[in-house]
Write a protein that binds this ligand. Structure first.
Ligand code: CTP
Length: 411
């Protein structure tokens, strides 16, 4: 694959040479782009010798504009890596400033982008820079975490460019070839459900849909055909997914059940309401002087029904559920997994402010038949990756069972 390696002006620029070599060892082709300040740290000739390609050092060099090179390159590369990425280039990227070849390429390309930041530790924790990194992360840019230790400026702290091996490993993982998800059908649910009381009022919950959207996006990136069944939310669903909008738990139940047989995996990230008002008033309910009692009716449990159906039939899709808990997170998730007869439960401690509902990050524990894996607080797209990393072996095992069943039925 063709990787554009952007090198910006940091002391770690020399390490980018090792990164280029490492990527080549994995069979990738590299085109190096150096900013003006990067050339103060390393000579373009070094990169030219290693990549065996002309190094792009400016927007307006002769020869670079015959086919509007940044546009041509934007559509021919498979990944853009910037190592080291300075605070300056991160700031420009976060704000859409395209004033040199590298930043123009970034705004013109739609390939995955990986940044390996390097800067002084004070700069790293500056609110403006931290916010710029969060902005980029929200847009799907991946970061290779910086190292800690002695920095060239004499400070000790976080900010050193990650080691070349770590950068190469991240890029290789992002460019992952065909996986067990490639060509599979994945059904993902996301968001809350709204249970109407009357024409203007409903019972809802704080789910934003982000976690389910991240799972859908990552599954699509790994080559799955994804259908996303989403409750009401203002967050934009990912591209490359078929999106089915629902409002209530009963609607979600109907849409999931209609599609589950054709799915290889179902990930129920939606926060489905367990109850709905027993009566939906046709007209707006007016207040009276007395207290008001609302009677609630149990909604179908979609996930439990899928689990029960699979147990009865002896075959069915891989099933993943979520569990929002405020106490005894793992124990409850384990009980939920057994009760609902599913493969994996993604357990959330929703009592934390920085995880779960309506935030960009999540801290979950994955609970499987023989698995308890506590993941650190990280972006929902990273959590989605970890979940699908666990779904893949389940899918591969299921494919073997499907094959065996076909062979027996042919006999
Ligand atoms: N779920 C479902 N249908 C429902 C309710 C929940 O399919 N009517 C799914 C959710 O999508 C999620 C999992 O089941 O994957 C959550 O299970 P649930 O038992 O509802 O979790 P909590 O609401 O956390 O459970 P409880 O209130 O019973 O602790």
């Amino acid at each position: 694959m063709l990787i554009a390696l952007g090198v910006t002006g940091g002391v770690g620029a020399y390490k980018a040479v090792e990164v280029a070599r490492g990527l080549q060892k994995h069979g990738h082709d590299i085109v190096a782009i150096m900013t003006a300040s990067a050339t103060q740290f390393v000579g373009p000739l070094t990169f030219e010798a290693i990549t065996r390609r002309r190094v792009i050092t400016g927007q307006f060099e002769t020869g670079a504009n015959a086919d509007i090179e940044h546009i041509a390159l934007a559509s021919s590369i498979d990944l853009l890596l910037i190592a080291p990425a300075t605070a300056n280039v991160i700031g420009k990227m976060a704000h859409g400033i395209a004033d040199d070849f590298l930043t123009t390429l970034y705004t013109a390309t739609r390939t995955p982008v990986v940044l390996a930041p390097a800067m002084n530790s004070q700069m790293f924790s500056h609110p403006a820079i931290a916010e710029n990194m969060r902005t980029l992360e929200r847009r799907g840019v991946r970061f290779v975490e910086s190292g800690e230790g002695y920095l060239a400026c004499g400070w000790i702290g976080k900010g050193r460019l990650a080691e070349p091996e770590a950068i190469v490993a991240t890029v290789v993982a992002v460019l992952r070839p065909a996986t067990a998800l490639t060509g599979r059908r994945v059904l993902v649910t996301a968001g809350p459900t709204y249970e109407d009381l009357d024409p203007v009022r409903y019972l809802g919950n704080r789910s934003s849909g982000r976690m389910g959207f991240a799972v859908a996006e990552e599954a699509a990136r790994r080559g799955a055909a994804v259908t996303l069944i989403s409750g009401p939310t203002s967050v934009t669903p990912p591209a490359r997914c078929e999106v089915v909008r629902v409002r209530t738990a009963v609607e979600m139940h109907a849409e999931v059940m209609a599609r589950a047989d054709a799915a290889d995996a179902v990930v129920m990230a939606a926060a489905v309401a367990d109850y709905r008002p027993s009566v939906r008033a046709d007209q707006k309910i007016s207040k009276g002087s007395e207290d008001l009692t609302i009677q609630l009716t149990r909604n179908p449990d979609v996930l439990a029904e899928l689990g029960a159906r699979r147990a009865t039939r002896g075959h069915g899709p891989v099933l993943v559920g979520f569990a929002a808990e405020t106490e005894q997170v793992v124990a409850r998730a384990r009980a939920k997994r057994e009760h609902k007869q599913v493969d994996l439960i993604v357990a959330n401690d929703v009592s934390r402010g920085d995880a779960g509902f309506d935030v960009e990050t999540n801290a979950v524990t994955l609970v499987g038949a023989t698995l308890t894996e506590e993941l650190p607080l990280q972006s929902k797209s990273r959590v989605a990756e970890a979940i699908l990393d666990r779904v893949e072996p389940l899918l591969a095992a299921r494919a073997v069972r499907v094959q065996a069943r076909r062979r027996t039925s042919r006999r």
